[in-house]
Design a protein around this ligand. Structure first.
Ligand SMILES: *[C@@H]1O[C@H](CO)[C@@H](O)[C@H](O)[C@H]1NC(C)=O
Ligand SMILES: *[C@@H]1O[C@H](CO)[C@@H](O)[C@H](O)[C@H]1NC(C)=O
Ligand SMILES: *[C@@H]1O[C@H](CO)[C@@H](O)[C@H](O)[C@H]1NC(C)=O
Length: 467
């Protein structure tokens, strides 16, 4: 069996291909028993699993139950989570399974197959043995009518250029007083597609972001004892946040935000004695868990890629801002020991849990929905105004960024998050923005990710010789 196996499995004419509308599967679509078909022999960790597990397979049946329980045939219990709406990860009996859901597209209609798993990776939790697998839900039996999404046909002509529009800036500044909009001359005449890539890219799009979860009484009590304001850039005069960077025209925000979290947490864990700058290009060029300059997700990068492959420092794989071949200077890497969605699984996040994780562990990486008006943010506490820029029709994206603090703004009367962006220091409030906190503004309180980096025992400083 070759790459055609999937088409045969799906019984569809068009190959599942990269498209500008991603898969969108929900928990209710995936609960039940799955049969996983696994490569007969262990494979290398760098295996390209896209080609499937081979013609000879072993099989394993795993049951996924509410809320996040995975169980094998012997009754052994583990956990699972959706990975955004696009895949799932199972952690059970010493093995981690991860795969995306397949989809096909023709003429503006996208079909998600939420009862199937494209070839993905399975490996033991110590990363010693790797295999490829694909999956099929067997109970309830495969859906005869898969999920179908109709592509909202693009609002704009291809290759349209962004034009500065004082009208929308004035309209935003007139309609509310909590934040200020301004024009960014450097965006003028840039392709709209490029600006959308900067804001997450088409493959990071979430059609249906989850809502933030209810706050339990325990969590409420714990969170009520936290400080009223926090800023990891100034904790008794110490700064634990690495410098602002600029991702350029590549849809690599997910890699920048992931690196920014690990960099900051390394500084916190080592009291600023280790301050590596990590390489987003390594992720863009080398990660099978993301789609290079077309987007990706922090759970799979700060978390899974960091655990499975580790991060090089910037010096060994400098940023190019394009889908360059996977080339780097081999060197010691930074790994992550634990990772999860804040709350334990996709959909379990809320504002109180985010503050607890922020204070206890360091900055947390989040995604939020970007609307037209955000592109003009200059200062203040952002909230979506509902105003659309008809001259620069921006396709909604999900942008990955890093929350470094929170507080209450006396001027606007709003609670806010302080957020590190990757659009250079000239953007927003010196590269940062603030956004309304406590009401899941633009879904920013629904999909935070936390991960624990492992510092180097043999740290010698950035770009120093060999260990
Ligand atoms: C992985 O395999 C697929 C299907 O066989 C192929 O299209 C793709 O180019 C391969 N990717 C890499 C990085 O080798
Ligand atoms: C594709 O969709 C458009 C718009 O819905 C329709 O007019 C056209 O006939 C479709 N083409 C095919 C080949 O189905
Ligand atoms: C952390 O570093 C600061 C500044 O160098 C120092 O004053 C402080 O004592 C250190 N804290 C600990 C716990 O080592």
């Amino acid at each position: 069996m070759n790459a055609l196996w999937l088409l045969m499995l799906l019984g569809v004419a068009a190959p599942p291909a990269a498209t500008d509308i991603p898969v969108s599967c929900m928990y209710s679509d995936i609960l039940g028993s799955w049969r996983f078909f696994i490569s007969k022999a262990p494979l290398g960790r760098d295996s390209n699993c896209s080609a499937g597990p081979g013609s000879e397979t072993n099989q394993e049946v795993i049951r996924l139950q509410k809320l996040n329980i995975a169980m094998d045939e012997h009754g052994k219990e583990g956990t699972f989570t959706l990975v955004y709406n696009q895949g799932f990860e199972v952690d059970l009996a010493g093995y981690k399974w991860f795969a995306f859901f397949p989809f096909s597209e023709s003429n503006g209609t996208v079909i998600s197959y939420c009862d199937k798993a494209t070839p993905g990776w399975v490996h033991d939790v110590l990363d010693q043995q790797w295999g490829c697998f694909y999956g099929q839900r067997i109970d309830p039996p495969a859906n005869k009518t898969p999920l179908v999404f109709t592509h909202h046909s693009s609002k704009r002509v291809p290759r349209q250029l962004f034009k500065n529009n004082p009208n929308i800036v004035n309209a935003i500044n007139r309609i509310q007083t909590k934040w200020k909009a301004r024009q960014y001359p450097e965006y003028h005449d840039k392709p709209l597609e490029m600006l959308e890539k900067r804001a997450g890219g088409s493959l990071s799009r979430l059609l249906t972001p989850p809502q933030s979860a209810p706050v339990t009484l325990d969590v409420k009590r714990l969170a009520s004892s936290l400080p009223k304001t926090w800023d990891w850039r100034d904790v008794n005069g110490m700064n634990f946040v690495s410098p602002i960077r600029d991702q350029g025209g590549c849809g690599s925000c997910y890699a920048f935000a992931s690196m920014a979290m690990l960099e900051s947490r390394l500084r916190i864990i080592t009291n600023n004695t280790q301050q590596p700058i990590l390489s987003p290009q390594q992720v863009v060029s080398c990660s099978h868990y993301s789609q290079g300059c077309d987007g990706g997700f922090p759970y799979l990068i700060a978390g899974k890629y960091g655990q499975d492959f580790g991060m090089l420092e910037e010096a060994y794989c400098p940023y190019k801002g394009e889908d360059a071949p996977c080339q780097f200077q081999p060197h010691a890497r930074y790994f992550t020991s634990d990772y999860q969605y804040v709350g334990g699984f996709y959909g379990a996040c809320n504002e109180a849990l985010m503050r607890l994780d922020l204070i206890n562990n360091g900055p947390v990486v989040v995604g939020f929905q970007v609307y037209d008006d955000f592109m003009y943010y200059s200062s203040g506490v952002y909230h979506h105004t509902g105003l659309d820029d008809v001259f620069n029709p921006f396709e909604q994206t999900n942008h990955a960024v890093l929350i470094v603090g929170y507080g209450h703004d006396a001027t606007s009367g709003l609670d806010f998050w302080t957020v590190k962006n990757s659009w250079g220091e000239e953007w927003g409030e010196d590269g940062y923005f603030r956004i309304r906190r406590g009401n899941d503004e633009c879904a920013i309180e629904s999909i935070a990710v936390t991960a624990t980096p492992i510092p180097q025992l043999w740290w010698k400083g950035r770009g120093s010789g060999t260990w």
